[in-house]
Design a protein around this ligand. Structure first.
Ligand code: DQA
Length: 144
């Protein structure tokens, strides 16, 4: 039983990128938090971060046969990518969409998500703890 944790563009900069918005935890901290949460619920975690849309799409396709579900922060691709949304629809895996910040408190262009209509659940504005909540929710949907 594997959970795929997918982080999109610029999330490799977590911890140093706009810390007043995204906090001081690094991507490594996030991956560790998710790995521990997943392990406590009986899942393994595979973590992928990419700044490239196609790499994220390939990772989603690969998950079709290698993972039980996906936790994804698509970064700015949230607001632009029909292709990522189609990939999620295409693989039919339960997917939890996570945003560290409360996107609805921010610029209008962050209020629309192409991913939300295909996500099983959405966690927004809970900071890095949102990733933990997302793993727990995914495990819940998967019957744990
Ligand atoms: C984000 C919100 C997006 O609008 C932004 O482009 C990001 C991060 C978040 O986690 O709050 O890169 O997905």
């Amino acid at each position: 039983h594997t959970i795929l944790l997918l982080n999109g563009p610029n999330l490799n900069l977590l911890g140093t990128r706009e810390p007043e918005i995204y906090g001081h935890n690094t991507l490594a901290d996030v991956e560790q938090l998710c790995r521990e949460t997943a392990a406590s619920l009986g899942f393994e975690l595979r973590a992928v971060q990419s700044n490239h849309e196609g790499v994220l799409i390939d990772a989603i396709h690969e998950a079709r046969t290698t993972a039980a579900g996906i936790v994804m922060n698509p970064g700015a691709f949230t607001h632009t990518s029909v292709a990522l949304a189609d990939a999620i629809s295409g693989v039919q895996l339960p997917t939890i969409e996570v945003h560290i910040s409360n996107v609805h408190q921010r610029e209008a262009f962050r209020h629309h998500s192409f991913i939300s209509p295909v996500a099983s659940s959405i966690i927004v504005g809970a900071g890095v703890n949102g990733y933990k909540l997302a793993v727990q929710q995914l495990a819940h949907l998967l019957g744990r």
